[in-house]
Design a protein around this ligand. Sequence first.
Ligand code: NDP
Length: 331
Amino acid sequence: MPDAITYHDEDADLGTLANETIAVVGYGNQGRSQALNLRDSGLKVIVGNIGDASKDRAREDGFEAFGIAEAVRRADVVMLLIPDEVMPEVWARDIEPNLRPGACVSFASGYTITFGAITPGPDLDVVMIAPRMIGPGVRDRFVDGKGFPSFVGVHQDATGRAKPRMLALARGIGSTKTGCLELTFAQEAHLDLFTEQGFGPMMGIALRQSIELLVEQGYPPEAVVMEIFASGELGYAMQRAADTGLFAQNAFHSHTSQYGSMTRSARVMDIDLKARLLDHLDDIRSGRFAAEWKAEQQNGLQLFNQMKEMARFHPLFDWEQRTRKAFRMDD
Ligand code: NDP
């Protein structure tokens, strides 16, 4: 297996973008943080946004802010930081008709390109910088001087400068400080969706069924919810695992905990989740999920809203409220 290709600060030259205007389109979770970071890195940044509230916020933060079409007209580099599901419509209406030839379009996710929702013209550089970090973390970790990882890639190189532009953007938002790993847009999209649709639900089922079982066995729901996840201990242990390694973090637990966990893990090794996980991965790779999700949006999000509503009828909803009240977690 070849080593992964990664990029760090020394691989990226901010000077590549010295004479270019970057339009950050969308001033939400990622947009605000990335715009602030790029500006603090010395780059020229303007903001494009559809509505007025976020535009006003951008202006309060000291940016020149415009409608999306106008911002794109003024830009050499366009960073698309709006939700993936609205991107095709915004692309067709406000972005594509206004892009300069040779402009660079940067995506924060491989989704729309991978599943054919957007097909950029051949005269554009098309790159991806997909942070492995939520929006506020992108700013906080830049300010703290720590950085955050991203998956990056070049989908199309019209000018011969796509890669240096991508790396300069990645450095500007603060990501090459930690490291950027090169992937195709499709690899990024598949991995991201698999975490949400494969790993996430399996972990969620283990968590929910454990809670249900313990309550059925007569333990107080408040104690069960607190024990299993509400204390934040699980989140803390996962952070330690991310920092030090999944096996290395065992050392932070008692010997009783380590022994019990290792021996009981061995007993359930025969549970084969991979076949089920592969089904989910196949749905993603074949484009079936993307087609289903597009149809659901065209259908007015009926199933989406029904399922969100149904979650409120699971007893866990009430147990969680009781736990929050008992421990005064909302005070
Ligand atoms: P947000 O949901 O925070 O985006 C909100 C922004 O999009 C606002 O500026 C909003 O404008 C604008 N917007 C919403 N609807 C529309 C529309 N119909 N037309 C035009 N603009 C609209 O997005 P994220 O920051 O979460 O995601 C942006 C990109 O980053 C996506 O590609 C996502 O996959 C990727 N990404 C996100 C991560 C995350 O943690 N959130 C992590 C890594 C990548 P207004 O305020 O005026 O409504």
